[in-house]
Each structure stands twice: as C-alpha cells, then as structure tokens.
Design a protein around this ligand. Sequence first.
Ligand code: ATP
Ligand code: MG
Length: 370
Amino acid sequence: MIPTLDTASPADTSASSDAGLGISAARHRSAELETTIRQHPERFRVLTGDRPTGRLHLGHYFGTLHNRVRLQNLGVELLVVIADYQVLTDRDVADRLPEHVEELVLDYLAVGIDPGRATIFTHSAIPALNQLLLPFLSLISVAELGRNPTVKDEIAQSAQASVSGLMFTYPAHQAADILFCKANLVPVGQDQLPHLEATRTIARRFNNRYANGGVPVFPEPDALLSAAPLLLGTDGTKMSKSRGNAIALAATADETARLIRGAKTDAIRHITYEPATRPEIASLLLLTALCLDRDPRAVAEDIGPRGAATLKAVATEAVNEHLKPIRARRALYAKDRHRVHEILQAGNGHATALADSTLREVRIAMNSLL
Ligand code: ATP
Ligand code: MG
C-alpha cells in the first residue's frame, strides 16, 4: 500500500521554484484530515481533476490520482472534472482536444477510478457551473489574482505572447469547478495550493456577503496532499505534461527506461535521501520508494555507493513493475472508445443536475431569482 502523508517519511522536494504557499501547514492539515476521512468517509465530497493537455504521468499518479482512488475505495463520493476550457489558459489552441479527453478517461479507468461510483465530466458541458464564475469574479480582486504564485508560475511557463484574461482569472474558474458541487476535499499536488486558497477565500466571502440567516452556501474546501506533492520530472523541475519532462502512465517499459536513464541527477556518487539539497536524487528515490512501498531513506541506503546509474536501474524496474497492471488495464479499456463516451455522458448529466441546483441556491441567496 502506498503511504499517505501521515505515514510517509518526509517527501519535501521544496527546493524547487514551485514551492507552494503554506506547504507545511497543508501537510499538517492533510494528516489530520486522513484520520477524519477514515472515521467518517460520508462527510466528504471530493472534486479534483486535470486539464486535457496530454497523457497523465507519474506526477499525477503519486500526486493526486492514487489519492482519488483510495478515497473512492474508502467510500468518499468522488467527482473528477476534465477541465477542457482551461486548456486555453496557456495554449493558443485546444489542440487535439477530443483525443486528450479520451486519453484522460482511459487513464482514470486504468488507475481504478470506477465510473459506477465516481462522476467524470467535462466542465465545458455544464452551463450552470460556468455561470458561477460571474459572482465569483466579483469576490476576488485584481491584486489578489496578480499575487497568486501559481498564476505567476503558469504565466512564466506559458508559451503565449501575452497574459490572457482566462489565465489571469484561473483561480476563479477553479473555484467554480470545485464549489459547483459543494466539494469539501480536493486531492491535489503542491502547485495547486494557492488556487485552493483562492477557492476558500471566494467561498468564505460569498457566505459572508450572501448567506441568509448565516447558513453558509459553500463549504471551504481543504486540499489533501499525498506523500509526493511535488514529483520532479527528468529535468529536475516539476513533472508536467507541458514541460516535456514527464513519464506517462501509458509509456512503454522501454520508453520509461530511456526517460529515467536520461533524468538529471547530481555530481555526488554516494546516494543519500536529502530532499532540500539533492532534489533530483530525492525525487527518484521517492518515486522508487512509492512504487515499492518502502521508505526512500531505506532505498537510498541500499544503493549507497553504487551511484546514480544503479538508482536509475532500480527506479526503472520499480516503476515498470508498478505500472504493469495499470498499463494492461489501459490497453483493454482503449479498445472500447464507445464506453468512454457513455461514461462522459452519464457524468455530465449528473454534474449538470448538481450545478443547476447550486446555481439556483446562489441566485436565491443573491436575490436574483424572481
Ligand atoms: P500542464 O503542464 O498542462 O499544466 P500538469 O502536468 O501540470 O499539466 P495538471 O493537469 O495541471 O497537470 O495537474 C493536474 C493535477 O495533478 C493537479 O492536482 C496537480 O497538482 C497534480 N500534479 C501535476 N503535476 C504534479 C507533480 N509533478 N507532482 C505532484 N502532483 C502533480
Ligand atoms: Mg499544471
């Protein structure tokens, strides 16, 4: 079993420039939440998701996907948004969108998200969700949006010539994605913490301004971090679909070996687990440890003087073994694209009903429903 934050050894790769807002507070809170979730899974509704910008990778898997499946299997209600409008945040065109959406659904099914229990939907198909954006935008200032570290980072990483209104207002869109179904738990990677803080702020301000008789309309959702809130890619920065540094879940065993062989390490031969000073080595050790259900320090001790080449060989084998059943399931599901569309249709139907009901409540609270 892959460790959750409370049982894992420190997985702090915060030497990266992606180091988020309040990471240690978020880690602490996640450990507390784990206890409550185990006792009362019925108290939680999870909303999380991904942009259809390419195949999901190991960063997604250990950062959030594994937590989604774990929560689902604990009996927590799970909704997964495919954030298709958000592709345009830092891309000029929504290139190969239908294909990317299908690929995402296949990745979800392969890792164990069960459409019989979970809701998988595309947010562009849910008009009432998108209507929440207007009141939400009124609750956050331009200065706050400009200060958001994730927005700043995504602007820096973007290939676009200028910052679009969509990119700048991303935190408000994400608030609509989360709050339309009144989710109170969001399993995300570390890079998303500032966005989640913005969602909490918007929920709080909406309640303060509009809640009739003090009954809040929205919960203030919590982030749930995993044992790997920031897995690094082969170039030593956050593993991302868009940075060309990712190992896709659907990669072949050979591709995986080639990518890990080319991963950035450092000049020190002896392998030690020191996330703050040796982030690339630490991330490879953590990845290996998560696949083997071991402590990254113990993996480091085993390898010790045998150096980075041995670490990479061990990591490759661990990853390929761990992903073998996932890859096999994915290949099976890929043969039935019709089913993928049925899953999305059902998910969009359920999400529409939830969004309609929330929008109605919002409009009543705002006195706009005559
Ligand atoms: P893009 O490059 O298009 O932004 P991405 O790889 O960053 O893609 P997203 O769709 O933006 O992926 O992120 C989806 C979810 O996966 C978020 O919760 C994010 O925090 C998490 N995630 C993404 N990359 C990592 C990573 N390297 N480590 C841990 N979690 C991650
Ligand atoms: Mg991203």
